[in-house]
Design a protein. Structure first.
Length: 475
């Protein structure tokens, strides 16, 4: 039982919690490094059985290569965020021992989410990670914006919970079970799809759309991204998104695979709205964190396109895109964490003016990340978008591909505007010099990764194709 990564991490969390009582000096640093060690050890348990298939806890959870892959990516995201926390000078409000502990709780919830094989276990897992995120968003108690963001996120999260439970109750009332295997069996026995089942699925999709910031259910994202501490925003924009996409894929492809025509139409609407609102909304932003919020919405729309066909190739493309997406996002947020003037954090886009003159290496790495987000060849973002567009075109969804290309062109404008500001604008006030060598090294690695992917794309194709097989083996 201890070999199950979630169980191992839960036991490790309790041990660290007990150790924290005896640590008197630099609690947040010591617990941060202990949390990093626990994440590393849990990663070993995940990768050890990455091709294992097993149903556990009375079929409430399933261990398979798809879930193990997503757990590994989530752990990598969380590891980077905790490492950022340790190497970057944070606000005093974040220098508390609970910070890394709460991140561990949210990770456990996310890992359980991607392994859930039942609507009940999925609900409990979502709530576990959500409760931790509510605390993280409002962690800076002295900052009014953080408290406001926490309240907004809590209200939207509570609404999402109610919608999810209502949809689940409709499905349970019709099927008589909440287990994915039994729902799938019920679907295959039906000659026509009951309307109540589709309605229940729509409610669940709306709930999950609120979690991933898919438009038109994105209303909380810009305010929460801006109000949260930058470190929390970095975490919020990566790991939870991966977990919810894992849930979306598992729910739609396995138990509801028979009604792909119905949920495919819903995903098309969500994708189009997300790409349009994400690209157009970012044009008017003057705050870098709000711009990244709209950028996330745009990327979510692009990823949803890959799920519309419900095919193995589409999910492979989504997994590859998610890998590239987190490297771009983490790199940009690492810079935002170090973006200071007179030792105070600043996040306005105008503060990037003339960055190249004082920090040419950092400006170059940021330019690579922004160009990659825009999908400019030959960077990683271009490869990710190309793979998804190829899947969409192969399935004759030409109108969706056209909208995706148009919105990509629009989004390229505001990314290029950032690069133009860094390289060609004269600085009004210069930012503090970045003396953090670890941050410089990590930024360089993120930038080089996005630049070098063109030389080994087959590695990601083979890796992600092999892990998606477990999903379709159940059908």
């Amino acid at each position: 039982m201890i070999n199950i990564p979630e169980v191992f991490m839960s036991i490790g969390f309790l041990i660290i919690l007990m150790i924290s009582v005896f640590v008197k000096k630099n609690q947040n640093i010591v617990l941060g490094y202990l949390s990093l060690l626990l994440i590393f050890l849990t990663q070993f348990f995940v990768l050890k059985d990455i091709f294992l298939f097993e149903e556990i806890f009375n079929n409430f959870f399933v261990i398979d290569s798809f879930g193990s892959f997503l757990k590994s990516v989530i752990l990598i995201c969380a590891g980077f965020v905790i490492y950022f926390y340790l190497i970057v000078k944070n606000d005093s409000s974040l220098n508390r021992p609970e910070f890394s502990m709460i991140i561990l709780i949210s990770i456990i919830g996310m890992m359980l989410m991607v392994s859930s094989n039942d609507l009940l276990s999925l609900f409990v897992s979502i709530e576990l990670q959500s409760l931790a995120l509510y605390i993280l968003v409002s962690f800076s108690k002295e900052d009014f914006n953080s408290s406001e963001a926490g309240v907004k996120y809590f209200v939207i999260g509570s609404l999402s919970t109610c919608i999810f439970l209502f949809g689940s109750s409709l499905i349970y009332g019709l099927v008589g079970s909440t287990n994915f295997s039994e729902i799938s069996q019920f679907m295959s026995d039906q000659y026509s799809v009951p309307l109540l089942l589709v309605v229940g699925l729509i409610f669940i999709l709306v709930s999950l759309s609120l979690k991933i910031s898919a438009a038109p259910f994105h209303m909380w994202t810009p305010d929460v991204y801006q109000g949260s501490p930058s470190l929390v925003t970095a975490f919020l924009s990566t790991a939870p998104k991966i977990a919810v996409f894992g849930v979306l894929i598992r729910v739609l492809v396995y138990p509801f695979g028979e009604i792909i025509v119905d949920w495919g139409k819903i995903l098309i609407i969500l994708s189009i709205f997300s790409m349009l609102i994400g690209s157009l909304g970012a044009l008017r932003q003057d705050d870098l964190k709000r711009l990244m919020a709209y950028s996330t919405i745009n990327h979510i729309g692009f990823i949803l396109m890959g799920l519309v066909p419900g095919s193995e190739d589409g999910i492979t493309a989504i997994c590859i895109y998610l890998i590239f997406y987190i490297t771009m996002n983490l790199g940009v947020f690492l810079f935002i964490l170090n973006m200071k003037r007179d030792q105070l954090n600043v996040t306005k886009i105008k503060d990037l003016s003339g960055l190249y003159k004082t920090e040419p290496l950092i400006a170059g790495c940021l330019a690579l990340l922004f160009f990659s987000m825009a999908g400019i060849p030959p960077l990683a973002g271009f490869i990710g978008k190309l793979l998804i567009l190829n899947i969409v075109i192969d399935n004759n969804l030409f109108f969706l591909a056209i909208i995706a290309v148009i919105t990509s062109v629009i989004s390229a404008f505001y990314y290029i505007r950032l690069v133009k500001s860094m390289f060609f604008d004269s600085p009004t006030e210069e930012l503090d010099l970045l003396t953090n060598s670890q941050s410089k090294l990590l930024l360089s690695i993120f930038g080089l990764f996005n630049l070098s992917v063109i030389f080994y794309p087959q590695f990601f194709l083979n890796l992600c194709a092999s892990i998606t097989l477990s999903l379709f083996a159940l059908r």
